[in-house]
Design a protein around this ligand. Structure first.
Ligand code: HEC
Ligand code: HEC
Length: 296
């Protein structure tokens, strides 16, 4: 809402300029009548013999101007435009927006109500549910996980059967609603300069890569002290903490020893954003079923 000064400022300037246009139009229309001589010249002469005629605007042109003036007045009467005056139609931006949202909600309700009683297996089997889930995935997830869900370095592959945070319907729903924040601490100081390469060798060995046996054995002892709490005694990980299984040769970052070492030295804090506020439960259920379907 404008305060009363700006309210009247806008109203007076708008109305006055429309009236001024109208006056200018009709004043200039009469100018030719006021010219001095018979031929209708303005009296301006150049190079001795070039005179300027005073020809009125063509009628149709004049009427176009009149129409724009009438249009402006009618528009300002029915739509908001004159200060705080809302117009006789009562139209508002917010009102139009809410009407459109209500229409979209009704349309979506018709689609989604059918899916509400279906469990994960039924959703995965339903072609329409899959297609809708796929579109939601393309709009909300593909920029990180790839359009085929196969991920990239630091973005997990959702199309395999390896789950950092769990692959059940409930676990995936929880991942979507609240997001996930991985917290692997930096461990360079704990392990020491000697310890880091030993543990790297053990992690390589765990996943079936070639590694120096002596180094790996020393690394194993350290692993059991420093890493076991999260990655488990046997290195198979812990979904409650999002600690990945290190024995399966499936990597969130990469299998390169330099990448393994980097993570151990500096920690890793992968973050899956929460969608609880931006996607409805209806949407999240279809997405979770779609994600499960990628690996089945
Ligand atoms: C901004 C990038 C980003 C977007 C967008 C995103 N994700 Fe993620 N997502 C991640 C990252 C990073 C992780 C891994 C987090 C970690 O390191 O633990 C992850 C993890 C996951 C996981 C857990 C995987 C596992 O192995 O347990 C699932 C499931 C998942 N995302 C599904 C989705 C879905 C479905 C969407 C779309 C609604 C989505 N993500 C959108 C970045 C993203
Ligand atoms: C406090 C729990 C915790 C401890 C302790 C911990 N980690 Fe981790 N680790 C994690 C989490 C969580 C992730 C996943 C990081 C992410 O998603 O960004 C991870 C990721 C990794 C990765 C990357 C795996 C991949 O797929 O790319 C490696 C390798 C690793 N940890 C090795 C170790 C080693 C070796 C130790 C001990 C020296 C250790 N971690 C100690 C929680 C832990």
């Amino acid at each position: 809402m404008l305060n009363s000064f700006w309210n009247w400022f806008v109203i007076i300037i708008s109305v006055a300029s429309i009236l001024a246009c109208w006056w200018l139009l009709h004043w200039t229309k009469g100018v030719s009548d006021r010219s001095g001589d018979e031929a209708g010249s303005t009296g301006h002469v150049w190079d001795d013999n070039i005179t300027e005629l005073n020809t009125p605007l063509p009628r149709w042109w004049l009427h176009l101007f009149n129409i724009t003036i009438v249009f402006a007045l009618v528009y300002l009467a029915i739509f908001p435009g004159l200060g705080n005056f809302g117009g006789f139609l009562g139209w508002t931006q917010v009102g139009q927006y809410e009407e459109e949202v209500a229409r979209a909600t009704t349309a979506q309700e018709a689609i989604f109500s059918r899916f509400r009683d279906m469990d994960a297996a039924a959703l995965m089997a339903d072609q329409e549910a899959r297609a809708t889930g796929g579109r939601l995935f393309g709009n909300n997830c593909a920029m990180c996980h790839g359009s085929d869900g196969r991920g990239a370095k630091s973005f997990p592959n959702l199309a395999d059967n390896d789950w950092q945070w769990g692959g059940s319907f409930e676990q995936i729903l929880s991942t979507l609603e609240y997001g996930r924040q991985a917290a692997m601490p930096p461990l360079a100081a704990v392990l020491g300069e000697q310890g880091v390469p030993e543990v790297v060798a053990y992690v390589q060995q765990l996943s079936g890569q070639k590694a120096d046996a002596e180094m790996a054995a020393a690394g194993q002892a350290r692993f059991q002290m420093v890493c076991m709490a999260c990655h488990g005694m046997d290195g198979k990980g812990n979904q409650a903490l999002g600690a990945p299984n290190l024995t399966d040769d499936i990597w969130l970052y990469s299998s390169a020893p330099s990448d393994i070492e980097y993570g151990i030295r500096n920690g890793r804090n992968g973050k899956m954003p929460a969608f609880g506020n931006t996607l409805s439960e209806d949407h999240r259920r279809l997405l979770a079923a779609y994600v499960m379907g990628l690996s089945n």
